[in-house]
Ligand binder design. Structure first.
Ligand SMILES: Nc1nc2c(c(=O)[nH]1)N=C([C@H](O)[C@H](O)COP(=O)(O)OP(=O)(O)OP(=O)(O)O)CN2
Ligand SMILES: [Zn+2]
Length: 154
């Protein structure tokens, strides 16, 4: 059970939901700079997903907590992140820097979780938004990813 204080991000929405979940997965970062992390090794990843919005669905949910867990845990738990060729390995980021690869680093996995969650939320009637993903890879290392928000109209 994770009961931790996470970084906060200001937002204009009335509701904010946070879901903690974890998954065990192996990965490797095939670059010289990664050193020992270029070899296959495993982590228990802990993540906190923050979702916000102004409208609830017909159940009174911003989004069902269990849907978020299923989406991430079922996809990644007890797998090898590098095997997800559709997600990791080829640069997908439109605003990526030249030469930036989408290897499953903590940064890229955090961004990918946010994108997967947002793709799910986009299909819901009340359309909440994923505003932050906190991803802890080791006891001493974590990343916080916050997508850029679309500029407000007017
Ligand atoms: N910016 C990043 N740097 C590193 C990443 C990463 O995803 N983003 N990943 C790794 C390795 O995969 C490794 O699993 C984690 O590294 P690290 O925190 O250095 O692990 P240690 O347990 O060895 O760290 P301590 O300082 O001993 O606690 C490397 N870098
Ligand atoms: Zn690692």
């Amino acid at each position: 059970m994770m009961q931790q204080i996470y970084p906060q991000t200001p937002h204009p929405y009335q509701y904010e939901l946070n879901k903690d979940l974890h998954f065990a997965a192996a990965h490797f970062i095939p670059t010289e700079e990664a050193g020992k992390c270029a070899r296959v090794h495993g982590h228990t990843y802990f993540t906190n997903v923050t979702i916000a919005g102004d409208m609830l669905d017909s159940s009174g949910f911003l989004v069902n907590f269990s849907a978020i867990k299923k989406l991430i845990h079922d996809r990644f738990d007890h797998g090898i992140l590098n095997d997800h060729a559709d997600l990791f390995g080829v640069s997908r980021s439109e605003n990526g820097n030249a030469g930036e690869a989408d290897y499953p680093t903590t940064e890229v996995v955090a961004r990918t979780i946010c994108e997967l969650v947002q793709a799910y939320l986009d299909k819901t009637a009340n359309k909440p938004v994923c505003i932050q993903v906190y991803l802890r890879e080791t006891p001493s290392s974590y990343v916080v990813y916050r997508p850029r928000r679309a500029a407000a109209n007017g």
